[in-house]
Every structure is written in structure tokens, then in C-alpha cells.
Design a protein around this ligand. Structure first.
Ligand code: PAF
Length: 296
């Protein structure tokens, strides 16, 4: 089995139009390649919901705010196509830069609100680049469904907001983060870690998970976040960019755990920036207390 590689939007539109004539539901899984098990889980989720699946592969220069980071980004199209072949994905859409940003391209999609703070504060222009390319990929593929990993939780919010605001008729589906057996969230950037850094890296997830559990158990937010930040630095990370509790639904900053939340982190391990997040359900109200109303 192999996956069809498509380079141009014109070619892609002919294929999708044919699927549409047959009444098929189409899904897209946007990626920048260097596919790992996390991406493949998105492809499987897409195949479970749609008749046809397009995986896109485009290393988007507009979302890199650092030229060295863009140059170092792994480019492994051949291996990516080989990994996709057994999944049953139908098309690998791998356009050249000119197909996405033709000469004279002058449009930027900028999403307010959910793009601000967190990664948005440390990577200026990053989410404009993401929103612009994802809007193009949604319109070029004409897919009904799009699948994104929850590891990039802020990105998921940005993409949802963008599709809603621009009336792009697509359902954005978030899928759980896939982790290595030691808990490290899968990421195309993990290959950049040295052996020593790879040993330390899972401490980000374990510290975050422990803090999330403490918060759910009713621990004070400020103190728990301060302790977790210290634990990450003590483990060997050189900088914690942010460690914040945000509302699950709209990413608003939270001082108290009064609704379903996410604990989100970005931290540097040597020259590699890692991000992760965990759900933080609000502390359960003890059943006896919830039911019992003292007589007046
Ligand atoms: O998450 C990614 O790999 C990228 O940000 C995306 C969504 C493919 C846009 O370039």
C-alpha cells in the first residue's frame, strides 16, 4: 500500500471533487512532517470519522520566529510517506512554498484573544503564521473535519476560533496527547535532545501532572505553580517561559480552580523548547457536603 503524493492545489481539488461526487466525508490532518506516533494517532482518528483522509506536509516558514529553528526543522518526506502508507491515509499533500504563498501573497490571518499570552507572548507572529497557513489548508482541501493534537492546546483554540470567525465549514477535532512510555509528550523536536537531556525531559510531564493533581485536590494555585516551577528548574531545565492555569473552554487565566482547566507549560531544556499541558478538573465537592443542608 502507498499514499498518493499531491503537490498542487489544482490536482488536489480534482481528487476532492471526485470524492464529493461520491458523497464522501473528507478529513484533513495538517502537519509539518517528521511524523511520529502522535501524528499517526491523528490519522487513525480521522480515518475512524471520515471516508477519505488527506495528510498535509508543509514546513510553514511564517510560523517560525527564528531562522535557525526553521533551518533545523527535520524534513523527512520520504520516511513520512512510508509511515503513512500502512495507515490507509489517502493523500499526502506536500505543496511547495509557492503553492501556499505565491508571489505577491499579502494576507495574514490574525486571531485575537486566544493567541495572546502563553506561546503567543514568547513567539511573536507564530500564531498569525499558524492561522494563515491552516486557513489556506482548510480552504485548499475543502475538508469537513480537521484533526489536531491537544499537545499544542493553544494552537487548537486558535484554529477553532479562526474557522468559526471566518465561517469555514469544518469541524475541528482535538485529540489526546500521545506520550512516550516515560511520559514525555511526543514532538518532532524531541530528536534534538541529547541523551542526557532525554533523561531529564520526562520530568516536565511528571511535575506538571503532579501539580495538576494537587490543584484538583484543592491546593492553592499560586503556591502549587511556584513549587512546580522550582521543581522543573531543579530537574535541569534552563528556563520556564510560562507555567499557567487557564480555563479549558476559552483559555482565560485562572486564579482559582472554579471550572475545568488546563495547566500549560513551556520550558527550555538546553537548546530545545518543550511544551506540554494537562487537564485539571475542578476539585470534586464531597458528596456528603454537597447533599447536606443544615437546618436553619
Ligand atoms: O502543529 C503543527 O504541526 C503546525 O503548527 C500546523 C498545524 C501543521 C500548521 O503549520
Amino acid at each position: 500500500m502507498s499514499v498518493a503524493i499531491v503537490r498542487t492545489v489544482a490536482e488536489l481539488r480534482v481528487i476532492v471533487a471526485d470524492w464529493r461526487r461520491q458523497g464522501m466525508k473528507v478529513a484533513v490532518v495538517p502537519t509539518m512532517g517528521a511524523l511520529h506516533a502522535g501524528h499517526l494517532s491523528l490519522v487513525r482518528a480521522a480515518l475512524a470519522e471520515a471516508d477519505r483522509v488527506i495528510v498535509t506536509l508543509f514546513v510553514n516558514p511564517k510560523q517560525f520566529n527564528n531562522a535557525a529553528d526553521l533551518a533545523a526543522y527535520p524534513r523527512t518526506e520520504h520516511e513520512d510517506a512510508a509511515k503513512l502508507a500502512p495507515t490507509g491515509a489517502d493523500v499526502l499533500y506536500a505543496p511547495d512554498a509557492g503553492e501556499i504563498y505565491p508571489d505577491g501573497f499579502a494576507t495574514t490571518v490574525s486571531v485575537g484573544g486566544v493567541s495572546e499570552g502563553l506561546c503567543g507572548a514568547y513567539r511573536p507572529g507564530h500564531f498569525d503564521g499558524v492561522a494563515t497557513v491552516v486557513a489556506k489548508l482548510f480552504l485548499q482541501t475543502g475538508a469537513d473535519l480537521a484533526f489536531f493534537g491537544e499537545k499544542d492546546f493553544q494552537q487548537l483554540h486558535v484554529v477553532r476560533r479562526m474557522a468559526r470567525d471566518l465561517d469555514i465549514p469544518i469541524t475541528v477535532v482535538g485529540c489526546p496527547t500521545v506520550r512516550e512510555t516515560d511520559g514525555l509528550a511526543m514532538s518532532s523536536r524531541n530528536v534534538r535532545l541529547s541523551l542526557a537531556e532525554r533523561e531529564v525531559a520526562p520530568r516536565l510531564a511528571s511535575t506538571l501532572l503532579e501539580a495538576a493533581k494537587k490543584l484538583s485536590g484543592g491546593a492553592p494555585v499560586d503556591q502549587t505553580l511556584a513549587e512546580a516551577r522550582t521543581a522543573i528548574l531543579t530537574a535541569g531545565f534552563k528556563q520556564v517561559e510560562y507555567l499557567e492555569l487557564r480555563a479549558e473552554e476559552d483559555l482565560l487565566p485562572l486564579q482559582n480552580l472554579d471550572r475545568p482547566a488546563r495547566l500549560l507549560v513551556a520550558a527550555w531544556l538546553g537548546e530545545t523548547r518543550l511544551i506540554d499541558n494537562f487537564k485539571v478538573p475542578p476539585a470534586a465537592v464531597p458528596r456528603a457536603r454537597a447533599r447536606f443542608r443544615p437546618a436553619a
